[in-house]
Design a protein around this ligand. Structure first.
Ligand code: PMP
Length: 367
């Protein structure tokens, strides 16, 4: 039987596992930071209409530059951040993972390095590896905020080509202040200069304003976003970035021609027509997120301050045992490998009640 290791794969892929959380069939799944609300029916109908229109032209390649979609994304960003963004500053791809991959293909690659502050979104390291970019783990404080002085020192020492700042950070929920981003940007420019990528996949859930306006006058700063979380459209696969127009021109050197299908573009445009309704769900999820934090603390759990649609909680002597005990109560949460901590995604009020009850039960059992 031929296995992976019998194939002539690249050395750095040997013995590695693909990224992915367990997809288990349990009543309450709060493990992948999805939005629990299905798209509203009028939006589903609008998607069907727009996709039918697109289907009539499927014999043709899609708009390679996704002009209409980028125009609407720019309007969305301008409206929600108060900072005027043009279509020339916006680029879109199949999920923000693809956006990040294109950025690393453009600014990283063999002989280059990327640095991120761990624990953080593990795909930053994995996409780096996949693009032949060396990965450098950077430090955080005990409370999971970025240790700015240590971060500046790490940037000065390693002179990475790409710096990742995830805000709000996955899996901790931690938001990053403007001051920290500015200091890290300055350090990165002094060291190299390198490209600083602010991953705002959970930006809409934050108590703080978006870091997007910081791109003004900073051509090496990129903010990446997604429709997977706030727009409740993880299945759509639509991510985007905002940056200086030169960055948008640069990523086109590595994007595959016609990478964004007409069906994807049509669906995303339909979803953007329903922005207000979808952002209404975001408000409900933020309130539920805050309720989870309050109730877990009332039970005596430690909880990391959260600006995302998920909450990191603990601490457990052994997180895997706690994960299994919660699963035994029918609730799937995420063990991100941060010792002592687990992560729960804010679901519907009923799902969150089930989760809170499960934690209450396992705490009683372990006392
Ligand atoms: N960035 C962060 C911080 C994430 O948590 C995720 C998804 N879990 C992504 C990017 C990628 O999301 P998508 O490719 O669905 O846009």
């Amino acid at each position: 039987m031929t296995g992976i290791d019998d194939l002539p794969i690249r050395d750095e892929l040997r013995g590695k596992s693909p990224y992915g959380a367990p997809q288990l069939d349990v009543p309450v799944r709060l493990n992948t930071n999805e939005n629990p609300y299905p798209l509203p029916e009028p939006l589903v109908a609008r998607i069907a209409e727009r996709v039918a229109e697109a289907a009539r032209n499927l014999n043709r390649y899609p708009d390679r530059d996704a002009v209409e979609l980028r125009t609407e994304l720019a309007k969305y960003l301008s409206r929600t951040t108060g900072y005027e963004v043009t279509r020339q500053q916006v680029w879109a791809a199949n999920g923000s993972n693809e956006v990040l991959q294109q950025l690393l293909q453009t600014f990283g690659g063999p002989g280059r390095t990327a640095l991120g502050f761990e624990p953080s979104y593990s795909m930053h390291a994995l996409i780096s590896r996949g693009t032949g970019t060396g990965w450098i783990p950077g430090p955080r404080h005990e409370d999971f905020t970025i240790d700015t002085d240590a971060a500046v020192a790490a940037i000065a020492e390693h002179k990475p080509d790409v710096v990742f700042i995830c805000s709000p950070n996955n899996p901790t929920g931690t938001a990053v202040t403007e001051e920290t981003v500015l200091r890290l940007y300055e350090a990165a420019q002094a060291a190299k200069p390198s490209v600083v990528v602010v991953d705002e996949a959970y930006g809409e859930f934050s108590h703080r304003p978006s870091l997007l306006p910081l791109i003004e006058g900073r051509p090496h700063l990129v903010v990446s976003r997604t429709m997977s979380k706030a727009f409740g459209a993880a299945g759509l696969r639509l991510g985007y970035l905002a940056a200086h127009p030169a960055v948008v021109d640069a990523v086109q050197l590595v994007r595959l021609p016609y990478h964004l299908s007409s069906v994807t573009q049509a669906t995303a445009l339909a979803a953007l027509e329903f922005t207000d309704t979808l952002l209404g769900y975001v408000e409900q999820l933020k309130a539920e997120r805050d309720r989870i934090v309050t109730e877990l603390r009332a039970m005596g759990c430690e909880v990391t301050e959260s600006d995302a649609n998920f909450v990191q909680f603990g601490r457990f002597p052994d997180s895997h045992t706690a994960w299994q005990a919660i699963l035994d109560q029918g609730v799937l949460v995420r063990d991100n490998g941060v010792p002592g901590w687990l992560r729960v995604t804010a679901g519907t009020p009923a799902e969150n009640d089930a989760f809170l009850e499960a934690v209450r039960t396992i705490r009683k059992e372990s006392n």
